[in-house]
Design a protein around this ligand. Structure first.
Ligand SMILES: Nc1ncnc2c1ncn2[C@@H]1O[C@H](COP(=O)(O)OP(=O)(O)OP(=O)(O)O)[C@@H](O)[C@H]1O
Ligand SMILES: [Mg+2]
Length: 241
């Protein structure tokens, strides 16, 4: 059974077809790199799967369950590390992890322990009692990861998790994701870094103007010379001198 199954997904904003009828299968345990230029529809696709936005056409299943009619069952199966920071500023970072776990019915004592474990792993323990506004940009990124994982989801969806991360954090996140994937988590990763997609992913999906341009094994993509021609847009600028 697929971990994620998307059929003919359409999401429009007024006249704009941000996602224009995409089909996508993600096998359980796979590691998928989701690539595409700014505005291609990556975040919109992710938000549709996770219920953060509605959509006008198509359907999506998570482990066979419809994300709209069975949302109570599908939401706990997914952990989302979003592109933007959207934390509650009135809770300590430890408190907001415990609060997040509460959405999934995890008892406070269990959640508090898990929160400390994650904060420790991501070197945020000394900040556990402050609110997220007092964190640096990279620390906020790490907190997004902690929050995505606090309820131990089967699928992890990451929307540019290493954007703005320093080199050390980038490698830490990579190692962490590889390890999680080895332990069986399905990972769906959006990135603009080819190096990242190449190192981590087994499958690569490329979206452009709301349509899937390529979906396949990473190795096949690297061999596919024609893709470069399809995907690369060249612009010529007028030289001043
Ligand atoms: N809330 C919104 N209202 C109107 N248009 C939107 C909204 N959110 C996104 N869009 C538009 O939908 C298109 C796809 O945006 P999306 O955020 O999915 O792109 P993306 O692939 O994630 O890009 P990036 O790499 O910049 O994060 C863009 O043209 C964007 O302007
Ligand atoms: Mg985006």
């Amino acid at each position: 059974m697929s971990a994620i199954s998307i059929r003919k997904l359409v999401k429009v904003y007024g006249a704009l077809r941000a996602v224009d009828g995409i089909d996508l299968e993600v096998a359980e345990g796979d590691f998928v790199g989701f690539l595409g230029p700014n505005g291609a529809g990556k975040t919109t696709t992710i938000h549709s799967i996770t219920g953060l936005c509605n959509f006008q056409g198509g359907s999506m299943r998570v482990f066979g369950l419809d994300v709209v009619s069975d949302y109570r069952k599908t939401r706990p199966l997914i952990g989302l590390c979003p592109q933007e920071f959207n934390f509650d500023p009135f809770l300590s970072i430890h408190g907001l992890l415990v609060y997040q776990a509460g959405y999934f019915g995890i008892p406070k004592s269990v959640a508090a322990k898990k929160a400390d474990e994650l904060l420790g792993y991501f070197r945020l323990s000394e900040k556990r009692n402050v609110d997220f506004r007092k964190l640096s940009g990279g620390m906020k990124k790490r907190l997004l990861l902690c929050r995505a994982l606090v309820h131990d989801p089967k699928i992890l969806i990451l929307d540019e998790p290493t954007a703005g991360a320093d080199v050390e954090l980038k490698y830490q996140i990579w190692n962490f994701l590889e390890d999680l994937n080895k332990k069986g988590k399905t990972i769906f990763l959006t990135t603009h870094y080819m190096e990242e997609a190449e190192r981590l992913s087994r499958k690569i999906v490329i979206i452009h103007k709301g349509r899937i341009l390529h979906h396949g094994d990473k190795e096949a993509l690297v061999r596919d010379q024609s893709l470069e021609k399809k995907y690369l847009e060249l612009t010529r600028e007028k030289a001043d001198d």
